[in-house]
Design a protein around this ligand. Structure first.
Ligand code: MRU
Length: 358
């Protein structure tokens, strides 16, 4: 997708610099900066401090992290430890483990002379596949938006939470891909963007990328979705996921569950868009999904542009207050209208998933 009219992807390998390039998402929306990752430590740090974030992009960064580890030292033990550290860098998004395991499987039995070349090819393939998956998610989700539009014959209002946009993937996004496809097709569309405290991925990233593509959108406080639904101002919700387990239950950014409850109460369709790399086939109990708890400073402090044009961080809570920062929650399958995947739309259930992914 585009920034200032120029097409970008979120991650790529630069042969000349022998580095992995990323868009530093901690600087958005105020600064657009491309950063080089040159070591495995750079890759792990980028995931931890969320220079890259969003489940599919975390997975792609981990794949390139394996490449960077091999570039540093292609000793088997070093690669193994690097992979373990990568997997531990963030706990909830399953794409991380998925990507590392896929890289390890691909590299097993490959001799030292070839290992770097094969690893780089596989990391690139993971990215290319993600782009295709997200594009297909868009085409499958487009049909749902078209149906609503044909009935309503007026602007379709879609609510989304966090950033499951192209900035969270390699291109297109998951939740945003049906939106971009509908917009390109001339369907009148408007997006309610949940601010998504505390990291504000909705306001800082989703609204930013929708603006760059010209898609009409309005940022709302996280708690505003309910009243908008009651007023009939939301036609559907589409969100992403960090991990959808085999039963169709969905872990996603904190606050997703409450939106699903409000949608259910107001008979509003609630869809989750995901590539198959976000499915955790091994887990069947939603209580077993690891929920990341991040530093409470993300809640107690805010960063923004000062009057002098520089980025400033300020404390907004009472100095003595404790705060708790759970980064994800779980939406049980019963609140989900459907899962929009690269293979089609299915019921959020074991049976639904199995029908699509034999
Ligand atoms: O903490 P983040 O910004 O990595 O969380 C991102 C989300 O919750 C997204 O909705 C999810 O990863 C899906 S991205 C296509």
């Amino acid at each position: 997708m585009h920034i200032n009219g120029k097409a970008f992807r979120t991650i790529w390998f630069d042969e000349k610099d022998q580095a992995v390039k990323i868009i530093d998402q901690t600087k958005l929306p105020h600064k657009f900066e491309i950063k080089n990752l040159k070591t495995i430590r750079d890759a792990i740090n980028a995931i931890k401090i969320m220079e890259v974030r969003g489940a599919p992009l975390i997975g792609a960064t981990a794949a390139y992290g394996v490449v960077l580890a091999i570039m540093e030292n292609n000793d088997h033990k070093f690669i193994k430890v690097s992979c373990e550290n990568l997997v531990q860098s963030r706990p909830t998004a399953i794409n991380l483990k998925w990507a590392v395991n896929r890289m390890l499987k691909k590299l097993s039995g490959i001799n030292n002379n070839e290992v770097l070349k094969i690893a780089l090819e596989e990391a690139k393939l993971i990215c290319e596949e993600d782009v295709k998956f997200c594009e297909n998610i868009g085409l499958n989700g487009l049909k749902i938006i078209e149906e609503i539009y044909n009935k309503k014959k007026d602007t379709v209002n879609i609510l989304t939470h966090c950033n499951a946009g192209w900035l969270a993937t390699i291109d297109w996004g998951t939740a945003t891909s049906p939106i971009y496809h509908a917009y390109k097709k001339g369907i009148k569309i408007h997006v309610w963007v949940d601010e998504t405290r505390p990291r504000n991925q909705g306001a800082f990233l989703t609204s930013y990328e929708l603006n760059e593509e010209g898609v009409p959108n309005t940022i709302i406080a996280d708690n505003a979705g309910g009243i908008l639904m009651q007023r009939g101002e939301v036609d559907m919700c589409i969100v992403g996921t960090d991990r959808t387990i085999a039963t169709g239950d969905v872990a996603n950014k904190i606050g997703t569950y409450l939106k699903a409850l409000a949608a259910k109460d107001n008979n509003i369709p609630f869809y989750v868009a995901l590539p198959s790399s976000s499915i955790d086939w091994e887990t069947t109990d939603l209580k077993k999904i690891p929920i990341e708890e991040r530093n409470s400073e993300e809640l107690s402090h805010l960063e923004g542009l000062g009057k002098d044009g520089t980025l400033k961080k300020i404390l907004i809570y009472p100095k003595k207050s404790k705060a708790m920062n759970l980064a994800f929650d779980i939406t049980p399958a019963k609140y989900i209208t459907g899962l929009i995947t690269e293979k089609g739309v299915c019921e959020a259930s074991k049976e639904g998933l199995k029908k699509l992914f034999k």
